[in-house]
Design a protein around this ligand. Structure first.
Ligand SMILES: Nc1nc2c(c(=O)[nH]1)N=C([C@H](O)[C@H](O)COP(=O)(O)OP(=O)(O)OP(=O)(O)O)CN2
Ligand SMILES: [Zn+2]
Length: 136
């Protein structure tokens, strides 16, 4: 019997969508206003879901306090109030699209969780635009 434990979190961050190896014109054609060199920001919201068996002694799949601390260190402290392109090493050469951000968050979180636990991350870039990744 597996149960999924979820926690919401959020961070505010700036980004610019573009490729360094493309001309401004090509970036403009593909990414439009998201290619503005002055950057723009989003209030990112995420849902972190951890699935596993309930421990018979504790009754926990994972201690929510531990999950909260991992999210704080790996996501909030790393991304909140940052310019993703400039200040977050993972995006030095990686376009900070919602798809790439959710994969980076997944990989950071995955490395901190026990291997028997399944992980899924849903990242909202706007209240209506969101992406989901579970390592598949
Ligand atoms: N596949 C993707 N498409 C787009 C991404 C992305 O990360 N993956 N990102 C953007 C922009 O960064 C941004 O998300 C778009 O913002 P905005 O233009 O404000 O989006 P909406 O107009 O759809 O705003 P709503 O408030 O959600 O209506 C573009 N594309
Ligand atoms: Zn954006």
């Amino acid at each position: 019997m597996k149960v999924t434990v979820s926690r919401k979190a959020h961070f505010n961050a700036a980004h610019r969508l573009y490729r360094k190896d493309w001309s401004f014109e090509k970036n403009d054609a593909v990414f439009g206003k998201c290619n503005n060199p002055n950057f723009h920001g989003h209030n990112y919201e995420l849902i972190v879901s951890v699935t596993g068996e309930i421990d018979v002694e504790t009754g926990y799949v994972i201690d929510m306090k531990i999950l909260k601390e991992i999210i704080k260190i790996e996501v909030e402290d790393a991304f909140d109030h940052k310019n993703l392109n400039v200040e977050v090493p993972e995006f030095k050469d990686l376009n900070p699209t919602a798809e790439n951000i959710v994969v980076v968050i997944y990989n950071k979180m995955r490395s901190k969780l026990a291997s028997h636990l399944e992980l899924e991350i849903t990242l909202f870039e706007t209240p209506r635009n969101f992406v989901t990744y579970s390592g598949k």
